[in-house]
Design a protein around this ligand. Sequence first.
Ligand SMILES: [Zn+2]
Length: 486
Amino acid sequence: MQLQSFGAALTVTGSMHLLTVGERQILIDCGLFQGNDDLEARNREPFPFDVPGLEAVILTHAHLDHVGRLPLLVKLGFRGPVYCTAPTAGLAETVLLDSARLQVDGYRHDLRRARRQGVPDEQVPPPLYEEEDVHRALALLRPHLEFGETTRVAGLKVTPERAGHILGSAYLLIESPEGRLIMSGDLGNRESGLQLDFTPPPHADAVVIETTYANRTHRPWPATLAEFRDALRDSVRQGGKILIPSFAIERTQTILHTIKSLMDAGEVPRIPVFLDSPMAARATHEYFEFGDELIPEVRDALQAGEDPFRPSTLHVVPTSAESQRINRYDGPAIILAGNGMMTGGRIQHHLKHHLWKPSTSLISVSYQSPSSLGGRIVTGADHVRIMGEEIAVKAHVHTIGGFSAHADQDDLLAFLSTTGTPHVWLVHGEPDVMAAFLPVLDARGLKGDLMPDRQAVNLTGPGFPQGLPPGFDAAPTRGAQAEAGE
Ligand SMILES: [Zn+2]
């Protein structure tokens, strides 16, 4: 049993792991690299494996850095099944269509610029994929994975369990004759304000675990709530716009629910809230459909026919013309727009219009990659380049880390506390963060290693028992679809 990581190895983006057992290969996640030009250039590298020979893909969740290269994989000849949970399928559709649109828009923009510079059209890289490629990829989705139920995929037993990260997110227990492997996907913050906790995992021989926040501890939820409330009150006093860059999935719903709760409790004035993200508005429909997965407070509100994601002052902004008009609205207002790292989307024009004003407040509630625009702003840059223009940063910047949808160090250790003594492979983290986590694992008697980039790792190492793992009844049959009972 071998694993090769072609993304999220020594970095936090582009998750893609190729699992080889004997002659058979499956891919776990097929994410897009995001963050800066160097990383994004990797999206254009050819897939370093036989794409048509791949038997199946399993998606752990619908974030773009876990699903964003799927249409490309299909464009290059993959025709097998793509397994995921039902909410992941719904969210993946929204995420991938948005991704295709961004790429086509980006291409048209680059083309116009190239022409003005006298550069031939052929030198402008085409979009990675377009809407029709997304539809072909969506047609391969098999949204049959249910938490706690085992599915046969390419001769392996795959059991997804609740990861508590975003709606529909799963980690995978993968059992083969060569051992038991857990692929964590992204794991949730156990105090997320929206998601139920991850299910404690069973014993495994190897665990591939995300480490986004393996070097820190999030604030407890009540402290985060108080910090957010204070930042909002402070910002209202500044009198200007309150920009909250937010990812369309999960973070936006958490923030909307939190703002609604604070306003309903009279803790924050009822100022207008603009949701300037059609994608977030679409994604919220999935939260209605799969409300059973959410914390009791939200689930019960949904069952009672209420809308836990709608503060009474909410305006959903459908068109970009209306988005531009918000800038002419006088007085304090909260503007929620994507994307969370501020690297694109409608938040950019709000930043351009407001970041230079001392009355503006920027409340960062998302992970900021150090090299992203958001990363530069929250670490104190006094000028940043936005849409081709140098903009002074005069706004009050609040960084609230506790909204993270990712596990912190305590969460990761809690996750590993029920897995026995597996070999722990670290992925989806900055290298210094992962390096700092190794001695923490060591102190708990766990052998950890950083997953190398692209290099195959033999999971059938000394940590694996000989023969079949307990409960494994061998004789895999061929054909993943047949195995899933289709
Ligand atoms: Zn994620």
